[in-house]
Design a binder for this molecule. Structure first.
Ligand SMILES: Cc1cc2nc3c(=O)[nH]c(=O)nc-3n(C[C@H](O)[C@H](O)[C@H](O)COP(=O)(O)O)c2cc1C
Length: 281
């Protein structure tokens, strides 16, 4: 199942679900995608499962914390991956493609990272010692109306807003914002990257276009708060998600390129360099 720029624009987090069971043919299509082999751009292979937690119908989901804000979810997309270099980027990339496929099928989703109670999910997917279960996502038809908690949550995270281009995209140095004109045929790919979901809507991605070489260097502006909470990996997942939005859109626009970790990429004190997209046309 192919996902498109249109699906990227349609996706928003859903935290309030309808009672309506997911139609058989929709479930079949989604399960086929989930059960396929997934390989990220850095060679890691996450594994995904759609599960119905035993407690989905009782108390566990009503507890405060992350679940407190998710209402009525019956199914969860659970993904695991072996700990390795760039594993979290690959995890974000592959899972976002599934999230977009669910969106294209008319389903609501929400990334949940860090604060969820992993034990039940770990059991359901038979989590091995060398595997990590970084996030889960409820999946189902959105309810007609968002719960009050969800409305507050969106307001607090500023979920309807994204940083302006000038804060996140740069040309040749980090003091020079990249204009849409300079981005040219890549503007749609950048716009869709900007729409990517990110933990607490922090939008930690920063891009530097090397105009001479037609190469985009991708960096993370890491939030210090996540270090204290032991949640640094969430922003690597954010990067993987952003990379998927960029690549899906670039391909749709007929743009060819490849991902390369480039040891000569410019360094910037406050940013972590992750990868570069080398345009090939
Ligand atoms: C890695 C990751 C972890 C997230 N964790 C949570 C979470 O624990 N609870 C929650 O309600 N939303 C979570 N979100 C959803 C973000 O808050 C949401 O994507 C962001 O506010 C933008 O809103 P949108 O997805 O509706 O565009 C997470 C998103 C990502 C990408």
């Amino acid at each position: 199942m192919k996902v498109s720029s249109e699906t990227i624009k349609k996706r928003i987090s859903c935290r309030t679900y309808s009672d309506r069971p997911v139609e058989d043919k929709v479930l079949k299509a989604l399960t086929a995608s989930i059960n396929a082999v997934h390989i990220g751009p850095f060679g890691n292979s996450p594994v995904f499962k759609l599960i119905t937690p035993v407690s989905a119908t009782n108390q566990e989901l009503k507890k405060p914390g992350t679940y407190g804000i998710i209402k009525n979810a019956r199914m969860f997309l659970v993904g695991t991956i072996k700990n390795a270099r760039m594993a979290m980027e690959d995890y974000g990339y592959c899972k976002e493609i599934l999230i977009l496929q669910a969106t294209a099928l008319g389903l609501g989703t929400c990334w949940l990272g860090g604060t969820f109670k992993a034990s039940e999910f770990a059991q359901a997917v038979d989590l091995q010692e060398d595997q990590i279960l970084p996030t889960v996502s409820p999946i189902g038809y959105p309810a007609e109306e968002r719960s009050l908690t969800e409305k507050i949550m969106r307001r607090v995270a500023g979920s309807d807003h994204r940083k302006p281009w000038s804060d996140i995209f740069f040309a040749d140095d980090f003091a020079t914002p990249l204009t849409r004109g300079q981005a040219g045929k890549y503007s749609e790919a950048l716009e869709n990257l900007r729409l990517a979901p990110s933990a607490s809507n922090k939008q930690p991605w920063r891009l530097l276009l090397d105009t001479a070489k037609n190469t985009f260097h991708f960096y993370l502006s890491r939030a210090t708060g996540y270090k204290f909470l032991g949640l640094v990996f969430l922003q690597d997942i954010d990067m993987g998600i952003a990379i998927s939005h960029f690549e899906i859109t670039a391909r749709e626009q007929g743009l060819i390129g490849k991902w390369q970790v480039n040891t000569n990429a410019p360094k910037e004190k406050s940013l972590d360099y992750i990868v570069s997209w080398q345009s090939e046309i």
